[in-house]
Design a protein around this ligand. Structure first.
Ligand code: FAD
Length: 429
């Protein structure tokens, strides 16, 4: 006699959605979270694309603690103390919201609890419980064993559950990026004035340039109702190679980003109310992972369903979509009374029709993002050429084309190589 039908490890968005869906189908679900409460250990940049959560909770934004709906997109190129901000002036075609994870994760786990799942926080799971080569439950940090028909590993990027179940190798630093973030409080009216927003509209602003000192990565700024989320995301391997000690460099780069004249003006008078750092799985580790074994399925970041585009990270919507596929598979397997791999392989086929295709495409974009010229030469050339266009001081002036050629040659680039880089970008994004 097992204790539960399903044990879900981790109460992030993937764990809570899987728990909610399975509990709603009448299964006995236990969700375990190591933090003091769901959301207390969570961190992300700031934007949730709505498409996958909408399938579970239609119009969820009317009820969920979202901050602002993103209506303004900005891409910025920074060079020294100068820069360009390119604003997309049309309404975004897809709904997305800024949010703060401490509130949002709690809301989502409450939904699971309301549907009948048992949610226990403050319990760290040590490993899957493996008997006769099959996963039969979990072992908690204190050694207590809890049995279930199925375990869903939703334990985030490091996923010791996946590793201990033998679904993937130990990961190296090349498999991760790292993000540092601060939440800076500002009065609502100040945010709306400074970012040019009306009412609950939100802004998503991404920046690349010499702020990361040649490290692959970029900065972000998202508006919440009464705060902004600001931070940087960088490849760990590239960070260690270029600037040495990771922690010191990461916060140093965050400070530099904050003090850039373009960014500083958004933050003036703000008060830091929270800071945090977290790792991000890189898509290459997706290739290395098996997604299920007898009695266990891996979802969300634990399975590597996250894309770091260099300037922006997308993982919440993938995490939720994988939870939907996992819940459908587990429900099916439980009703057949067979939770072996052969019955769980439906999970992969559901994903293959959806997010695995997207993630495959994203890998191409990610390989483009490995071109360091995007973080060094391109922002510099863009800023200096545009400055030239608007410079009128009565002196004879090079044509824009000559200026561009001069700037390109200073960066050992030609018009052709820059066109090729642009072409590669268009093909991969
Ligand atoms: C800096 C940064 C910026 C990002 N920006 C964005 C963004 O703007 N938009 C976006 O869509 N995505 C973004 N992401 C990615 C996004 O945060 C993840 O893809 C998403 O959180 C994955 O959800 P999850 O439920 O799979 O894992 P997580 O959210 O990591 O949840 C895992 C949960 O498991 C718990 N846990 C871990 N180990 C154990 C254990 N042994 N026992 C019990 N509980 C455990 C953790 O405490 C946590 O609550 C960002 C990530 C970072 C780091």
């Amino acid at each position: 006699m097992v204790d539960f039908d399903v044990i879900v490890v981790g109460a992030g968005p993937s764990g809570s959605v899987a728990s909610y869906l399975l509990a709603s189908k009448g299964h006995e679900v236990l969700m375990l979270e190591r933090g003091k409460r769901p959301g207390s250990k969570s961190m992300f940049g700031g934007r949730l694309y709505a498409w996958s959560l909408e399938k579970v909770f239609p119009s969820f934004w009317k009820d969920a603690p979202v901050e602002r709906e993103v209506k303004k997109e900005v891409l910025g190129f920074l060079h020294q103390d100068r820069g360009i901000e390119v604003k997309l002036s049309t309404e975004p075609e897809a709904k997305s919201f800024t949010l703060l994870r401490a509130k949002f994760d709690k809301w989502l786990s409450d939904k699971a609890e309301d549907a009948g799942a048992e949610v226990i926080s403050g319990i760290k799971v040590r490993s899957p419980l493996i008997k006769d080569g099959k996963v039969k439950g979990i072992v908690a940090e204190d050694g207590e064993e809890i049995e279930s028909h199925v375990v869903i590993a939703a334990d985030g990027a490091l996923s010791f559950m996946a590793e201990k179940a033998g679904l993937r190798q130990k990961l190296s630093r090349e498999d991760f990026a790292v993000g540092a973030k601060e939440v800076i409080e500002l009065p609502r009216s100040v945010i709306e004035d400074r970012f040019g927003l009306e009412g609950d509209e939100g802004a998503a602003q991404l920046y690349i340039g010499d702020l990361t000192q040649g490290v692959i990565g970029g900065g972000f700024l998202y508006t919440n109702l009464e705060s902004v989320s600001l931070g940087v995301v960088m490849r760990i391997g590239s960070l260690a190679e270029n600037v040495g000690h990771i922690n010191t460099a990461m916060w140093g780069i965050t400070e530099k980003f904050k003090s850039h004249p373009i960014i500083r003006k958004y933050l003036k008078g703000g008060k830091i109310v929270e800071y945090s750092a977290h790792i991000i799985p890189e898509t290459q580790f997706l290739r290395e992972i098996k997604l299920y074994t007898d009695g266990m399925i891996v979802i969300g970041d634990a399975a590597g369903f996250c894309v770091n585009y260099g300037v922006t990270v997308r993982g919440m919507d993938f995490a939720i979509e994988s939870a939907i596929a996992a819940a459908e598979t587990v429900d099916d397997a439980l009703s057949k009374g067979d939770v072996s791999s052969s019955n769980l392989k439906k999970y992969r086929s559901l994903l293959e029709r959806g997010i695995l295709r997207d993630l495959g495409r994203a890998r191409k974009a990610v390989s483009l993002m490995e071109d360091r010229r995007l973080y060094t030469s391109i922002p510099k050339i863009a800023v200096r050429t545009l400055e030239h266009l608007f410079k009128v001081d009565g002196k004879p002036k090079d044509s824009l084309y000559s200026k561009l050629k001069k700037e390109l040659s200073e960066e050992n680039m030609s018009v052709i190589s820059s066109l090729l880089l642009g072409w590669k970008a268009i093909r991969s994004l």
